[in-house]
Structures are given as structure tokens and as C-alpha cells.
Design a protein around this ligand. Sequence first.
Ligand SMILES: Cc1ncc(COP(=O)(O)O)c(C=O)c1O
Length: 458
Amino acid sequence: MTTEAHRRKALEEAGYNTFLLRSEDVYIDLLTDSGTSAMSDRQWAGLMMGDESYAGSRNYYHLKESIQKHYSYKYIIPTHQGRGAEHILSQILITEGDYLPGNMYFTTTKLHQELAGGKFVDVIVDEAHDPESLYKFKGDVNLNKLEALIHKVGAHKIPYVSIATTVNMAGGQPISLGNLKAIRKLTDKHGIKIIHDMTRVAENAYMIQQYEVGYEDKTVAQIVYEICSLTDGATMSAKKDAMVNIGGFLATNDPDVYDKARNLVVVYEGLHTYGGMAGRDMEALAIGIKESIQDDHIRARVGQVFYLGEKLLEMGIPIVQPIGTHGVFIDAKKFLSHISQENFPAQSLAAEIYIDSGVRAMERGVVSAGRNKETGEHNYPKLELVRLTIPRRVYTQAHMDVIADSVQRVYKNRKSIQGMKMIYEPEYLRFFQARFEKIKVTSDHYSNTDIPRYSEAQ
Ligand SMILES: Cc1ncc(COP(=O)(O)O)c(C=O)c1O
């Protein structure tokens, strides 16, 4: 534990960006659920069975078997983490001027699509942008939006539709199988692929089991398999669902895509039988996949997130509803209604929670949304959120109580919280490394055009 004075100093030194704090200055770490979950005894035992041969490690074959059996995909390429797979896949499937419709953007996915010359188009249901809508499957695609895009630009300009399970930026919201089947029908009609961001597919499957008619008696494992079977390929950040500290993969059913990916992976990651991973990490992942789709595990995991969410709702804290599966997302626009979005309310709120208790959260709002590639202006998303992300198998219910109490204290003092000014902005994925300063209450004279851009800032 640290003192408030210590935390104030640490955060100021970190430019009011929780990504720039040292972990030893953090008491409860809710920055992310990525690579921060606890591996099981079996996974740790798996590390001891690492076969670190450069080529053809037996752990690679175990991983391949596990992916084929539980996720249905035929061909796999290990990568160091999710964005490694996104990079390779985007380079293979996207050509300059293509459009990539998806159920809301994800930061790294969209960036790789843009770097390959594509343009992301949001075709998620409108409810996903409304933190108060109680719609159960906010990850669903609005088929009219998708069909309108196909008619406008032509199917030949759309290499694939990006489908995430669950949708991180919407607050950890699931897509329904009914919707996915309808997307499959539409894309089949036009010869368009579906690429699955399967980072939290088990959590999505659990929500389908809980809420979608016809799936109440299916196991999470069966639902996961059915979701994957409806898609043509996938990118996976294994650091989430599959509970490893590092790892990911690209999967496809298309032998041509596999051939190209096998060729590219040696340029950017490593040989196709290890990608960016050590043998021991592939073994832990092969085991983690099996554990991640067990009903009892996933019920406990999502149940803990719901425990925190329900507690905050009882306290009257504005959060995204329905509660998501990997974290609770605070509605910073409503929480800090006196701070305009150009002064980064979510960034400011994450800072205040850290100062109050040492709980480290993260911003998911205007900072994460970056700038419009064409105009250079900030993207102002409807959702301005602070994510309290819960790692798997790490914290107790008592930790959840400490977190809720801290958020409540900050809520009581919310009127005294100031907005922020960005004083350093990196060119890519700025939320990771941007720096901020506190300002007095919002006013028009803080112009974002003053921000030193990438090359000018020290
Ligand atoms: C939905 C989603 N897709 C992709 C990624 C990128 O994965 P990684 O961080 O392993 O590169 C993440 C991780 O934050 C994610 O949450």
C-alpha cells in the first residue's frame, strides 16, 4: 500500500497516464486483463515441458491440436500476441482503398487495417454506443448498415467483415449467434470472408448460454466451437481468455491465406512453428485453451465482474449496462458531466481513482479513439469510459469491495475533479504513452491544436 502523497507524485511523474506508472506503485491492478491472469498448476507444469527446439517443437503440435479441437480452425500460425496476428493478416487480405466493416473498432486491429491501406467502418448496432441501453447483445452487427456498405462500395472492396467476441470498446459486450448466422448468410451471398477477433470468445459464449434462446442447455465449449465454425479465420490475443502471460495466433481455414501467412511470419515473428513464442509458452497456451472453455471457470470469472458491477450500480455509479464480461466500464461523461470531452474526462477519472486508492484503471474514450486519419481531428466517440478490468483467477471478492468503495468516494467528490490537457502525443496508439497535465475547469481557450505532435515533443 502507498500513501496518497506518494501516489500523487507517482502519477504526476507518469504524466497522468496510468500506463506510465510503475507496477510497484499500484495496489490493485485493473489496467487490463491482458497477460495478467493467474496461470493454473497445470499451465505452470506445462512450462516445465517446454520443447525449445527451433523447429517442429512438440508444444507447437499440441497447440495446433488444441486449436483445431476447440476452435475448429484448420491452419494455425503462432504469434507473439494478438497484434502480431493482426499485422500479418491485414498485410495479406487488405489492399489500398479497401473497406473493413466491423462490430466497433479495436485500437490495434483498426491501426493494422489502416497501415495496410484499409478503412474501418463501424456497423455495430446503435445500442452499443448508448451506455444506458439494456440490449443484451450489444456486439451485434446492424445488417442494414452492412448491406448498405456492400451496395455503396461493392463486395470486391470488402475483403472481410471483422467480428469481435466480445466487443471490448463497447464495454465487453457479446454478439449473439443468431446475428452471426445472419452475417454469415449475407457475406456468403457476396463472397466476403468473416475474420474473428476471438480474444474473449469463451466469455461471449457464456453470455449466449445465459441469454440466447436455444442455447441454455449447450456447454460453453460447444458454443465456442459453433461461433468459430461460422467464421473463415481468426486472430487471437491468447493473453485474455486463454490465461497465458504472452502469446497469440492467427488461424484460417483457407490454404492460400495459410501459405502467405507462413511466409510472412518468418519476416516479422519467427519460424511458422513458433511464431513469436517459446515452446513452454505454447504448451501453457494449449492447456489454457481447454481450461478457458470450462463452464465452472467462466461462470466464476464473469460472476466476479458482475459482482463488482452490481455493487457499483447499487451505489448509483453510472456504468455501461448490461455489465460486460471482462470488466466494469464507468460512464465518465455522466460521472464527470462538468468536464467536456476535449478535456479527457475518462483520463481524468482514471487518475483520480488511482490517487484515491492505488487502484489502476484505464481510459477508453477520446484518447483511445485517436485522430481521424484524413482530417487530423480527434475522434470523439459516444462512449467515454474508464475500464476497471478484472484479471482472471487473481483477485478476491474483498478486492472488489475495496475497488467499489474507492469509486464511491471519488464519486462523492466528483465536482472538484479537473479536466486534463494533453502535452505529449505519440503518433500511434497514443493512449499507451501520451502525457497530460491537469487544468482548471473546462473552457474554450484550451485548444487541442497546441499539442506537440510526435516529432516535436521530447
Ligand atoms: C479485442 C482485442 N483485440 C485485439 C487485442 C490485441 O491483442 P494484444 O494485446 O495481444 O496484441 C486486444 C488486446 O488488448 C483486444 O482486447
